[in-house]
Design a protein around this ligand. Structure first.
Ligand SMILES: Nc1ncnc2c1ncn2[C@@H]1O[C@H](COP(=O)(O)OP(=O)(O)OP(=O)(O)O)[C@@H](O)[C@H]1O
Length: 269
């Protein structure tokens, strides 16, 4: 079995902004949201989206990321997926990454739902043969019936999300990188999808998940990182991190969700 590991050593990600207006930036105040704005050695304005990230994840780790808008969560997910190279420091990815940022990516409006299922699965690292084995089960999950023979452009947004979620939750990823935004489907379907998401997470080697939903975080992760202005401000169990970031009410909510999850697991055992 291949070793599944994600490592970052002092990793930084800067975005140079060549058309920024430096004079107005000098006058700007440091807001609550967004990364730190600075300048590099060539005096070009840069957003320091990530600073000195040290992170070492191995098989079985399920990490949630919390933090304000612009704190650096999505940038960290992209760094850990190999989409961004660190500007300084280093990052090493061992294992097959399935990055799920945008459920619509990798879908073609001109081909059928069935064909999209195969292609989207291949985009996430599965082989055509593996996807052919799964296609009937995914089709059943979507409840879209004969619509799956129609071109995707004839689908509503929620219908597309059903196809994407069906595929995403059918794969066997070694490293699953999940951004939130898995909304847009009706409540009944989301309940069904949640069970599949939990099963997906169970068979993934490593999960890194960014979300503003504490409920989702508590259901899928057992550890959290608070990202603040591009740095890891806190690393610990979900309840402590959410408590420090959002206060005691949010921590209590996490505790209730964790108790529900434990109850469900005991009932299913
Ligand atoms: N392509 C880019 N070019 C320039 N700046 C960027 C780019 N992507 C992100 N940033 C900046 O990097 C910082 C971190 O952004 P990021 O998207 O990682 O935040 P986030 O924590 O995911 O936020 P949110 O919760 O709002 O999704 C922000 O200040 C943002 O403006």
């Amino acid at each position: 079995m291949t070793e599944v590991q994600l490592d970052a050593w002092g990793a930084c990600v800067d975005f140079p902004i060549f058309d920024a207006k430096t004079r107005s930036l000098k006058k700007s105040v440091l807001g609550k949201a967004g990364g730190v704005i600075g300048a590099n050695e060539s005096d070009v304005v840069v957003v320091e989206a990530l600073k000195n990230i040290d992170l070492h994840l191995q098989h079985g780790d399920r990490i949630g990321l919390v933090g304000h808008n612009g704190a650096g969560k999505s940038t960290l997910l992209r760094l850990l997926s190999g989409i961004y190279e660190p500007t300084r420091g280093a990052c090493r990815i061992r294992g097959r990454v399935a990055p799920v940022f945008d459920l619509g990516v990798g879908m073609d409006p001109e081909i059928s739902g069935y064909e999209n299922i195969i292609i989207r699965g291949m985009f996430l690292g599965m082989s055509r043969r593996e996807m052919l084995k799964r296609v009937d089960e995914i089709a059943e999950f979507t409840e879209l019936g004969d619509y799956l023979t129609m071109p995707l452009r004839t689908y509503s947004t929620g219908m597309r999300v059903r196809v994407s979620l069906g595929v995403v939750t059918s794969i066997d990823p070694e490293i699953l990188i999940l951004d939130e935004g898995i909304g847009a489907v009706d409540a009944d379907f989301m309940r069904k999808a949640r069970v599949r998401l939990q099963e997906l997470v169970k068979r993934s080697g490593i999960l890194v998940f960014a979300s503003h939903s504490n409920e989702f975080l508590a259901q899928l992760c057992d550890r959290a990182l608070w990202i603040d202005r591009g740095e890891i401000r806190m690393d610990g169990d979900i309840e402590s991190v959410v408590g420090a970031y959002e206060g005691p009410d949010a921590a209590r909510h996490v505790r209730e969700v964790l108790a529900d999850v434990a109850g469900d697991a005991a009932a299913g055992a």
